[in-house]
Design a protein around this ligand. Structure first.
Ligand code: MN
Length: 261
């Protein structure tokens, strides 16, 4: 099949439902939680919406809102420039990334049982190598979707799981990210939690290893994903296209997956 036939076939199969379209995005609302940093640091703003008019005296025939938010609010994309390790990489802001970067295949690693048993579950390189013996080798340039089951906790306090010493949510250790970047050439890491790092990610060396190593190597993050349970382990196609914010470090976005039937 030539590329025109591939595209035509894809569109017709999306229309017929033979290719399913799965929405991996949470609803962006004012009460969706944002990351809370230690109090010595500046904090980020949640999503805010102010209605300008809604078919009334301020605009009789139209409805629209002004919105504002942090770049890392709701289901969102992290660009390499988000972390200090990626600040000097070329074209590492959301407006400069090539559009082809926003389409890639997904590998879904299901660790929901481990994370249900331990909210501080730490994913290691050994875990991934063991997972590969059970499921198959991770192909290059894949979005690694770390399926923790955390999306089912959205709307509850367990989602952020904040305690006196910070958040308690699962995440990778440095060995896991080193392996995914250097041994498997991943495109990025997708997670259901607010950050690609564990809630206690500051305890590692380097601190926040997902941010540090992914972004330092020009890889990306996707956070606050949902519906990962509807994806196959291999073979789905992810479309994750951030807003073209000038010099932006990331952006909320609609993440969709194409899945074969
Ligand atoms: Mn982020």
């Amino acid at each position: 099949m030539n590329s025109a036939e591939v595209l035509g076939s894809m569109v017709s199969q999306v229309g017929s439902g033979d290719i399913k379209v799965i929405d991996l995005t949470n609803v962006l609302s004012p009460d969706f939680p944002v990351l809370v940093l230690p109090e010595e640091f500046a904090q980020c703003a949640p999503f805010k919406r102010e209605t300008i008019s809604q078919y009334n005296d301020k605009g009789p025939m139209w409805y629209w809102n002004n919105i504002s938010m942090n770049e890392h609010t709701g289901t969102h994309f992290d660009a390499p420039v988000h972390w200090v390790t990626g600040k000097d990489l070329p074209d590492s802001t959301v407006d400069k990334l090539a559009a082809k970067e926003f389409i890639g295949q997904a590998v879904v690693m299901d660790f929901t049982d481990e994370c249900a048993a331990d909210p501080d579950f730490v994913l290691t390189a050994a875990d991934i190598k063991h997972w590969e013996t059970q499921n198959g080798k991770i192909p290059p340039q894949a979005w690694i979707m770390f399926h923790t089951g955390w999306a089912s906790k959205v709307g509850t306090e367990e989602y952020t799981n904040l305690r006196d010493d910070g958040a308690h949510t699962p995440g990778p250790d440095p060995s896991a990210i080193e392996f995914l970047v250097h041994e498997r050439d991943c495109k990025g890491l997708g997670v259901e939690t607010i950050g690609t790092d564990a809630g206690q990610g500051h305890v590692f060396e380097p601190p926040y290893p997902a941010h540090n190593i992914l972004h330092g190597n020009g890889r990306y993050g996707l956070q606050c994903l949902t519906n990962l349970d509807q994806l196959p382990t291999f073979g789905s196609v992810i479309i994750a296209s951030p807003l073209k914010i000038e010099d932006g470090s990331g952006s909320p976005l609609r993440v969709i997956a194409l899945v074969a039937s």
